[in-house]
Design a protein around this ligand. Structure first.
Ligand code: NAP
Length: 311
């Protein structure tokens, strides 16, 4: 067995990544779980999934594999025989759709796959980000029907958020983006309008003119993310732009307490941290792969301890 990954004290693997050229084998009939992407070094998924396997006494292991764009197709073919399932992250979530045998209908709506189940020799694609996003709101008993929501950003995560909000029957969506004429923004706006939802697109710097009236505010940009140089400790909303009755949900999970989350707490608003979505999308993937109701507390502890170490 090629141990190209670190072992934590509890036997779970850390986020250290293998290269796609490394040979993969394991003690489970050669079958592994993994996440593929580039960059992948800082992925929290190995720690999160291995903590579940360890706590449930399952003999599986989950690793991170760095896969460059030109390696995607050969890696997917290799995983067809070597994996039981895998996650897909930046930059492969869209392109992988053409390489799979079947797609869950949600993948077409979101235009992205983040989870693949290997079923015999068949590769089936799923999107668990929509579930992952909505679950923390459902757990809090939040009712969004007819309510107003603001989505900051218009990339892949924003699209998953919009699909979830459409399914929750929100009444109005405000999309705040730095490029209002962008094709991605237009696509989001027409998706909302086709679903019968009132939609307004605003410049990012005008978000604060509308934020006060939104029941839910979601940051789906990397603004505030650790390692995003020049934008690490920024928020486009100050505490005075946030109503205490609003819910502020930052998809950024590193750091856990972003500037936006800190501003929302100062405004006495309800906050939802990005790691909660990470845990829920991972739990849904485990359900798809193994049919298990994964222990969220174990997953959250693994993620939070990794975030604490990383700062
Ligand atoms: P993406 O597809 O690259 O989209 C990023 C969006 O943010 C785009 O609309 C982009 O605008 C905008 N943006 C980037 N830098 C900006 C800046 N400096 N100022 C203003 N807008 C900026 O990325 P994504 O996959 O949607 O991910 C977005 C964030 O969500 C990331 O931080 C990611 O880590 C996080 N995320 C978290 C989870 C979770 O489980 N918690 C899941 C998915 C994503 P342009 O189109 O103009 O470039």
């Amino acid at each position: 067995m090629n141990e190209h990954y670190d072992k934590g004290s509890n036997g779970s693997s850390s986020s250290a990544a293998m290269n796609s050229s490394s040979s993969i084998s394991s003690n489970n009939d050669g079958k592994i779980f993994c996440v593929i992407g580039d960059p992948i070094e800082h992925s929290l998924s190995p720690a999160m999934h291995n903590a579940v396997f360890s706590s449930l006494g399952l003999g599986y292991r989950y690793i991170a594999i760095k896969v460059k764009e030109h390696e995607l197709s050969s890696t997917v073919e290799m995983l067809r025989s070597k994996a039981l399932g895998f996650n897909v992250t930046i930059p492969h979530k869209i392109r992988i759709m053409d390489m799979l045998d079947r797609l869950d209908p949600l993948c077409r709506r979101v235009n992205a796959v983040n989870t693949v189940k290997v079923d015999g020799s068949m590769l089936k694609g799923y999107n668990t980000d929509v579930y992952g996003f909505i679950q923390p709101l459902r757990r809090r008993g939040v009712e969004l029907s007819g309510k107003g929501a603001m989505i900051i950003g218009a990339g892949g995560a924003a699209r998953a958020v919009l699909v979830a909000l459409i399914d929750e029957h929100v009444g109005e969506v405000i999309i705040a983006s730095r490029r209002v004429d962008d094709g991605k923004v237009r696509a989001l706006s027409s998706m909302a309008v086709s679903a019968g939802i009132e939609c307004r697109v605003v410049q990012l710097e005008h978000a604060k003119m509308y934020s006060n009236r939104c029941n839910l505010i979601v940051n789906a940009t990397p603004l505030g993310m650790h390692g995003y140089h020049g934008y690490e400790d920024v928020s486009i909303l100050d505490s005075s732009d946030i109503d205490s009755r609003s819910i502020v949900y930052d998809l950024v999970y590193r750091p856990m307490e972003t500037r936006l989350i800190r501003n929302a707490i100062k405004a006495n608003a309800m906050v939802i941290h990005g790691y909660e979505m990470l845990v829920e999308q991972g739990a849904k993937a485990l359900d798809i792969w193994l049919g298990i109701d994964a222990p969220r507390d174990v997953m959250s502890s693994a993620v939070l301890s990794m975030l604490k170490v990383a700062g």
